[in-house]
Design a protein around this ligand. Structure first.
Ligand code: MG
Length: 391
């Protein structure tokens, strides 16, 4: 069933610390299982996707988002002959490095590292730490490579090259060089050589986009910040809303929303499958090496890419930049910035488990804050500053 250009666990580039094969599971299955059992994975349940975790019980969290990405990834992987377990492992791990409070938290932490002019900023980076600010893809890799503490003989989860490659979706040049120096020809190399990752990695990326575009519509309407009427301006949504109404003329409200989203999801999944098959044929791709040497081949048709871009712009304007969302994220940024300052000013406030040899204080602080859940960050902020920014 596996296509000749798929990743094959039997031909994996292996783990950084060699381990004997498991008797019944392939190496990508094992990676997926390791991710599910990790501490960072459990924390995703209390981390924001768009809406803060405590704003409502039915909004997506990073955990349910990651499960939806895995589901969409599997649906597309099988008909393309790609390795489902690998796609699932990457999808479940792709957001492990996210800070509390979604993008607001990540931007705030990045700004703290860049704008810090205090004594912590003068300390040179340790050998084991990335450079510059905070990159969430690199942080996801740090979680599985270094920060999880579960095994007797190594730090991290010791995942296969192919899983780690998929997790590191983006990387700055400076950090790619830092990775390359530590692991020549490893996961940093493709950013320096201009190569593509595996199709499984490309798929996890596209499934991420399909997932959040769909569920942010759902959560946006549920929250009352978006209306069905507003969404009629989005061609992709409106096309499927009309089709749903043509088949079910009396459909309305929540069921109309769900039926529309379901049809949108299906259309995007089939579009990716068809467009990718065509791209693979036209590029005469026969092996994984062919995949790596060509520009990314897995994705939407040009028409669907444009339709998805319109939807994304709509969500940016009407949801992510909604005054009510911005007001919440403003407070979230303050929490992250205040925590960073407090720990850098007085490292004794950090728990002993967060102190790590070989890392500068600012990186230890960044790792600790990045690992927090929304509610832990809110409580810790209140404990350290006496201020309660969310009730
Ligand atoms: Mg994601």
């Amino acid at each position: 069933m596996l296509a000749p250009y798929a990743c094959d666990p039997a031909r994996s580039r292996g783990r950084r610390h060699p381990e004997p094969a498991a008797p019944t599971r392939n190496d990508f299955q094992r990676d997926r299982d390791r991710v599910i059992h990790s501490t960072a994975f459990r924390r995703l349940v209390y981390k924001t996707q768009v809406f803060l975790n405590h704003e409502g019980d039915l909004f997506r969290t990073r955990l349910t988002h990651s499960l939806e990405v895995a589901q969409l990834g599997r649906s597309i992987a099988r008909p393309l002959g790609l390795h489902e377990d690998l796609v699932e492992a990457i999808a479940l791990a792709h957001d492990l490095g996210h800070t509390p409070f979604g993008h607001a938290g990540q931007d705030a932490l990045n700004a703290c590292l860049h704008e810090d002019t205090g004594p912590a900023a003068l300390e040179p980076p340790g050998e084991d730490e990335p450079h510059g600010g905070f990159e969430h893809n690199l942080q996801s890799l740090r979680v599985v490579d270094a920060l999880e503490e579960r095994y007797p003989d190594f730090d991290g989860l010791n995942l296969c090259f192919e899983t780690r490659e998929g997790i590191l979706k983006h990387c700055s040049r400076a950090n790619a060089q830092w990775l390359e120096a530590r692991e020549p020809g490893g996961v940093g190399a493709r950013f320096l050589r201009g190569q593509s990752p595996s199709l499984e990695a490309q798929l996890a990326n596209v499934a991420d986009e399909i997932a959040y575009n769909a569920h942010d519509i759902d959560d946006g309407v549920r929250s009352g910040l978006l209306t069905l009427e507003q969404l009629e301006a989005v061609a992709l949504f409106d096309h499927h809303r009309r089709a749903a109404l043509a088949d079910h003329p009396r459909l309305q409200g929540r069921r109309l929303l769900y039926e529309t989203i379901r049809r949108m999801l299906s259309a995007q999944v089939y579009d990716v499958i068809d467009a990718t098959r065509q791209a693979l044929r036209e590029a005469d791709v026969r092996s994984l090496d062919d995949v790596r040497s060509r520009a990314p081949l897995l994705g939407f048709s040009p028409a669907m890419r444009e339709a998805s871009a319109v939807l994304k712009r709509f969500l940016l304007t009407h949801l992510y930049r909604h005054p009510q969302v911005l007001e919440t994220t403003g407070r979230a940024r303050r929490i992250v910035a205040d925590l960073y300052q407090a720990y850098c000013a007085d490292p004794s406030l950090l728990p002993t488990g967060a102190r790590r040899a070989g890392l500068s204080l600012r990186r230890q602080v960044a790792d600790y804050i990045a690992g927090m859940t929304d509610r832990f960050a809110i409580r810790e902020h209140e404990r350290l500053t006496g201020e309660r920014l969310f009730t």
